[in-house]
Design a protein around this ligand. Structure first.
Ligand SMILES: Nc1ncnc2c1ncn2[C@@H]1O[C@H](COP(=O)(O)OP(=O)(O)OP(=O)(O)O)[C@@H](O)[C@H]1O
Ligand SMILES: O=P(O)(O)O[C@@H]1O[C@H]([C@H](O)CO)[C@@H](O)[C@H](O)[C@@H]1O
Length: 160
């Protein structure tokens, strides 16, 4: 196992692993199917909001329920988590199988919850939960116009 894979933790150990991190802790969540420049810039900015960054990653079954396409995710949960764990900005990676990361937020109780600017914090369950217990919810503006879905379409167009 590569050393960075030690950043991957189970749901059962999440509260203790979060408590052991340098504080304050930022948490975000998402699919992160094919990592692109938008993602890595966004993750670096999220990490800068605090001293540690936890990334909660959708399981393959929960990605299917999001309706991004029958063939998504292209990368398995294990691969998506390993790639995220290898990033300098990321402190801890955990999976979640629910439709939203609300329960993960409630278990980890981060000081700050971050999401890309395509979400309105006061409208999503994770954002509402963090605000309710006195934490901060931050929407980070897109610095680069990129998307995994568009990358996949481009590869298919030129892939023959
Ligand atoms: N270009 C971008 N700039 C900044 N943040 C982004 C960008 N693309 C996605 N994000 C953020 O990264 C997280 C994971 O996004 P996601 O995996 O849905 O990326 P995506 O490229 O939009 O994927 P898809 O095209 O499959 O929907 C989300 O919090 C989202 O807000
Ligand atoms: O990568 P995505 O599609 O931005 O990630 C989704 O974010 C949703 C968001 O947190 C609003 O609740 C979440 O519900 C969904 O499970 C994906 O993580």
């Amino acid at each position: 196992m590569a050393i960075f894979e030690q950043k991957i933790c189970t749901r059962a150990t999440l509260p203790q692993r979060v408590a052991d991190l340098p504080q304050p802790v930022v948490l975000t969540n998402g699919v992160f199917d094919i990592l692109h420049r938008g993602h890595v810039t966004y993750l670096a900015q999220a990490r800068e909001l605090g001293a540690s960054l936890v990334v909660a990653v959708n399981t393959d079954a929960s990605v299917k329920r999001l309706g991004k396409g029958d063939d998504r995710p292209l990368n398995t949960l294990a691969d998506r988590m390993a790639v995220l764990a290898a990033l300098e900005s990321v402190s801890l990676v955990v999976e979640f199988d629910e439709d939203t990361a609300l329960e993960v937020v409630q278990e980890a109780r981060p000081d700050i919850y971050a999401k890309g600017g395509d979400y309105v914090m006061s409208e999503i369950p994770e954002g509402k939960a963090v605000i309710a217990y006195g934490g901060k919810a931050v929407a980070i503006d897109f610095a680069h116009d990129r998307s995994t879905t568009r990358l996949v379409a481009k590869i298919r167009q030129y892939g023959g």
